[in-house]
Ligand binder design. Structure first.
Ligand code: AMP
Ligand code: MG
Length: 333
């Protein structure tokens, strides 16, 4: 089934949210030392991005539910009046005709809880919050899930260059990845409609692998991935960055492995942190499972309840990494 309309709408929605994020991030970076009175910039970008994506999707697909992280409750509290004003002002810079009521309603459309049947959209308006606050990498991540399968994914990465030479981020550049099931994976500059097909790395030697992982060691154990890399004979330092741009690096062949090793036993991943990235890597010819080799199960509501950690790879090295993981202390109960 062609998802041309869905793809076009999703790309436009993500581009609007990326513009808002850039505006908020540049404002934040230019007054970092000033005491903030209007709530944290990431909150402005989260609410604003969700409003824009939700509104844009609702125009094209009014019946489609959306699962987003935010609801307007927090904005409506008396003490958050300045935050609300800031969200409204930023949204209106991009879509001037929206009034306050419409903006709040758009945010609250994002209340779907997912599940195994029907179709719904899933959004992380600012994935990689900590990177966003550091002025580094983050992503706007939007995916379509149909009967428990991710069928479309779009990742807007406003600070990620088309070719990686500095994972720390180059403000002013930006890259957008997208894929629809069965139709391949693509990237384009954020600001130009110039798309190119992307494919994963052909690397077959474990020692030639290049790992991508979270910048934050509380999100994925750096110690375990370093041990694993050593077991495989990998010599290159891992690429560390925030947000789902890591999936993009694997999809376009710059990294060979994106590993996410849980730090605590209890953490279940949010589906909005992986849906878009996973389909992009698969459509680029790679493979995505959890650390036990199980397919990611997006049919369980908001969390990947049945999965433990994440392994996204170029495919060729997937089983080798899974086998090596079995030898990693603390991985098996
Ligand atoms: P990353 O930038 O890849 O580290 O991922 C950012 C995402 O990590 C956020 O959107 C959070 O939902 C998620 N996250 C928060 N706490 C944890 C945790 N303890 N383990 C794994 N992921 C987490
Ligand atoms: Mg996230």
């Amino acid at each position: 089934m062609s998802r041309e309309l869905e793809r076009e709408v999703a790309v436009r929605a993500v581009l609007k949210a990326c513009r808002l994020c850039r505006n908020v991030q540049s404002e934040h970076m230019s007054r970092q030392k000033v005491n903030k009175t209007d709530g944290s910039p990431v909150t402005v970008a989260d609410f604003g991005g969700q409003a824009l994506v939700s509104h844009h999707l609702s125009m094209a697909f009014p019946a489609d539910p959306l699962m987003g992280e935010e609801s307007s409750d927090q904005l409506l509290r008396r003490e958050n009046g300045a935050l609300k004003e800031s969200v409204i002002q930023h949204v209106r810079r991009i879509v001037p005709e929206l009034d306050e009521e419409e903006i709040l309603a758009a945010i609250d459309r994002g209340n779907a809880s997912g599940g195994p049947s029907g179709r719904f959209w899933v959004l992380d308006p600012v994935d990689g919050t900590k990177g966003f606050l550091r002025g580094a990498q983050y992503a706007v991540a939007l995916a379509l899930v149909e009967d428990g399968e991710v069928t479309l994914g779009v990742l807007g990465c406003p600070n990620l260059p088309l070719v990686l030479d500095n994972p720390g981020g180059h403000p002013g550049q930006g890259c957008l990845f997208f894929a629809a099931k069965g139709e391949g994976a693509f990237m384009r500059p954020l600001d130009e409609e110039r798309e190119q097909r992307i494919t994963v790395s052909l690397e077959e030697r474990p020692s030639g692998a290049l790992f991508a992982e979270s910048f934050e060691s509380e999100h994925s154990s750096h110690k375990d991935s370093a041990r694993l890399a050593k077991m495989l004979g990998v010599t290159r330092e891992p690429l560390r960055m925030d947000g789902q741009g890591k999936y993009g690096l694997v999809a376009r062949g710059e990294a060979t492995i994106y590993l996410r090793v849980p730090v605590g036993k209890e953490y279940a991943e949010n589906i909005w942190d992986h849906a878009a990235g996973a389909v992009i890597v698969e459509e680029a010819g790679g493979k995505v499972t959890d650390l036990d080799g199980l397919r990611l199960d997006f049919s369980r509501g908001k969390k990947l309840e049945k999965n433990r950690g994440i392994l996204a790879s170029n495919g060729r090295l997937h089983d080798t990494v899974l086998e090596a993981l079995e030898g990693l202390p603390g991985q098996k109960e």
